[in-house]
Write a protein that binds this ligand. Structure first.
Ligand code: AP5
Length: 233
């Protein structure tokens, strides 16, 4: 099944949030959420919450959260909604989040979208925009099979082998356990079954949904992200 690489387009009507922009990044595994989220957070000067990074860090640290998440992570399945909502609420309560926040992969089910909406309403805030990164499956598999990540700063790389030093921080590059073929198949199926319905949920809740053609260079995709966000400002 291929995912269409649609031109940037905005749907739904814009809702201006109070207290900084809250931007959700959606897309299948390997679509570039982490790569573009890092750039966008730096461009906008706001923090990024990547739930996958939080869960992997908790696992490395051996915390109760990490122990609970391990089997879900390795199989490529979603951790329970209650766990994710707890992480999101804690992050939204941080002083830095008052300026806005990029939510990278933090909303993957309709109950998570509902829970976030109600938590934000309690803070007098709302989601500003949802960016959906569209990439065909064959490109997703190509990216994931050649990916390593830094075991310290979590930056992903393509084409650098496991064991090499991270160009950014000097940490060691490793392969993610959930980048093995069986887990990747599960993650793609989970995205279709549980996360794609979140796109329609936001459209029916009048939140701008911007589809980004995420094929091409990282710079080209970043430029489409900036154009897409300007269109709904
Ligand atoms: P997570 O870590 O978020 O994994 P994912 O969603 O599967 O996404 P990836 O990290 O694989 O890809 P990405 O889109 O960030 O792409 P990247 O920038 O790395 O989540 C892992 C697990 O945590 C989940 O399976 C689940 O178990 C759990 N979890 C997390 N959030 C949850 C939630 N809300 N609910 C329940 N469970 C949750 O790029 C991929 C590769 O491509 C990299 O090598 C990169 O260098 C390269 N690349 C990027 N852009 C380009 C480009 N334009 N051209 C060529 N290469 C590119």
């Amino acid at each position: 099944m291929a995912r269409s690489a649609a031109a940037p387009s905005a749907r739904g009507s814009a809702t201006r949030p109070d207290g900084g922009r809250i931007i959700i990044l959606l897309g299948p595994p390997g679509a570039g959420k982490g790569t573009q989220g890092e750039r966008l957070a730096a461009d906008l000067g706001i923090p990024k919450l990547a739930t996958g990074d939080v869960l992997r860090a908790a696992r490395r640290a051996g915390t109760p959260l990490g122990l609970e998440a391990t089997s879900y992570l390795d199989r490529g399945e979603l951790v329970p909604d209650s766990v994710i909502l707890g992480i999101m609420k804690e992050a939204l309560g941080e002083p830095a989040a008052a300026r806005g926040v990029i939510l990278d992969g933090a909303v993957r089910t309709v109950p998570q979208a509902e829970g976030l909406q109600s938590a934000l309403a309690g803070l007098g805030r709302a989601v500003s925009a949802v960016l959906v990164f569209d990439v065909p499956d064959e490109e997703l598999v190509r990216r994931i099979s050649s990916r390593t990540i830094c075991d310290a700063c979590q930056t992903p790389y393509t084409g650098l082998p496991p064991g090499a030093p991270c160009p950014k921080c000097g940490g060691t590059l490793v392969r993610r356990k959930d980048d093995e073929p069986d887990a990747v198949r599960t993650r793609l199926a989970v995205y279709t079954r549980q996360t794609e319905p979140v796109i329609a949920w936001y459209q029916t809740h009048a939140v701008p949904v911007i589809h980004i053609d995420a094929l091409g260079s990282v710079d080209d995709v970043a430029a489409r992200v900036r154009r897409g966000l300007r269109a709904v400002e």
